[in-house]
Structures are given as structure tokens and as C-alpha cells.
Write a protein that binds this ligand. Structure first.
Ligand code: MD3
Ligand code: FE
Length: 211
């Protein structure tokens, strides 16, 4: 059997406006290994408080792995080859790349794994992801830790929105019409998961950025 056959791609548990949701794709007993990998990335590339071009601190803390990381400061939003503190971003962990290839079926590897950490009270306002310079590839999201209320809008704002709770181990693929849809995280139920000893939520987004 050729393991690259499209019939081996996991079947989404739900499809919503171009979003493919794979609820519980990462089994509970496999999630600690993901956290270990993320801790190693954070040890090499510490989480930072991103500052919007308008000078406001975002409530999430952020870092990245891969050739490029998304950064923001007074100079603007952009993908950068270096951590704000200097130095290359660490490589994307092998198990993260493995999930990308298994779920998307693509040969092409992502060159950015953005890592968002949501502590108590953190959220993310509705936005589009438009800095990648190439929208032909999907974005893949992995949720770990506390439950989060994810809101999906349309490509044009204003459009009706739909909300769903993302739980630890859920994977979402945003491709096609969903790739340029507005989306955000309204709130996180702090302490709802026992994966992280002090609570919190980790979101990974895997991206192919024009390079
Ligand atoms: C839809 N992160 O990092 S993941 C982001 O949970 C971001 O931290 C949220 O939005 C989080 O930009 C939501 C789901 C997601 C990520 C990227 C997308 C949805 C997307 C890109 C295009 C369309
Ligand atoms: Fe986003």
C-alpha cells in the first residue's frame, strides 16, 4: 500500500465553510509529547509579548519554529527570519511536520510554525491572515490545553459568524474559501484541561510563507 494515497488522509469530523475540523485527532496520551517538543522550541526561542503597530500589547504570547516566524512591533506585521531577541528560529519538530503531511497530503513542507500561548484572559480579535504572500496552501492549526471558543466569519467583514469550542488535540485545516476568512478566539476556559500544570492553551499554526 502506498501510504501517500489520498484515501489515507484522515476524514474530517466536521466541515464548516471550508474549515476541515478533525476533533480529537491527537490522542490524549500523545499530547504530552507535543508539549515536550513545544517546551524545547520555547527554550531556544522564548515567548514574547507581541506589540501591534499601534503600540498595544497583544494578550497572547508568541514564538515560532521554522525558517520564518510571524512578528509584530511598532514597525508593523511581517514574517522574519530571526527571533525578536536575535538568532534563528529553531527547526519545526518532526512530529509536527509529520502531522502536516498526514493531514494535508502535501509533499511541500511548511516553513513556519507559529506558536500562540493563551494564559488567563488571553484572546485574539477577529482578523485575516494575509502576510504569507501565497494563499494557495492551507494553514493547519493544532490546539493543546484549555478549551477555546473559536469564531469563524466570512472573507468579507461584516458577514455572519459561527462559533465552536476547540479542545486539546483538535486539528483544523483552513484551505480554499476558508484561507482568507476572518477568525478569532473570543475566550479560553482557563484550567479546563490538565495538560499544562498551570493551565493555558497552546495553538500551533503551520504555514507555507512565500520565501
Ligand atoms: C483561518 N490563531 O495565529 S487558529 C493565528 O487559536 C490565529 O491561536 C488562532 O488565528 C489561535 O493567526 C486561531 C485557527 C486559524 C489559524 C489560521 C487561519 C484559522 C485560520 C488562517 C486563515 C484562516
Ligand atoms: Fe489567524
Amino acid at each position: 500500500m502506498n501510504s501517500q494515497l489520498s484515501t489515507d488522509l484522515p476524514v474530517p469530523t466536521l466541515q464548516l465553510r471550508g474549515f476541515d475540523i478533525h476533533a480529537g485527532l491527537i490522542p490524549a496520551d500523545g499530547q504530552a509529547g507535543w508539549v515536550d517538543d513545544i517546551r524545547a522550541v520555547v527554550a531556544a526561542a522564548p515567548l514574547v509579548v507581541p506589540i501591534t503597530p499601534g503600540g498595544r500589547a497583544m494578550s497572547v504570547r508568541m514564538t515560532a519554529a521554522g525558517r520564518l516566524g510571524w512578528v509584530t512591533d511598532r514597525a508593523g506585521y511581517r514574517y522574519a527570519a530571526r527571533h525578536p531577541g536575535g538568532g534563528d528560529w529553531p527547526p519545526i519538530p518532526a512530529r509536527v511536520l509529520g502531522l502536516w503531511h498526514r493531514v494535508t497530503g502535501l509533499q511541500r513542507a511548511p516553513n513556519c510554525c507559529l506558536i500562540n500561548f493563551y494564559g488567563a484572559g488571553a484572546r485574539m480579535g477577529m482578523h485575516q491572515d494575509k502576510d504569507e504572500g501565497d494563499f494557495t496552501f492551507p494553514v493547519l492549526s493544532v490546539s493543546l490545553g484549555d478549551d477555546a471558543l473559536f469564531r469563524i466569519g466570512g472573507v468579507d467583514q461584516p458577514a455572519p459568524t459561527q462559533s465552536l469550542w476547540l479542545k486539546s488535540g483538535d486539528v483544523v485545516v483552513m484551505g480554499g474559501e476558508a484561507r482568507l476568512a476572518f477568525h478569532g478566539i473570543d475566550r479560553v476556559r482557563h484550567g479546563s484541561s490538565a495538560l499544562l500544570p498551570k493551565g493555558g492553551r497552546i495553538n500551533l499554526t503551520l504555514r507555507v510563507v512565500a520565501d
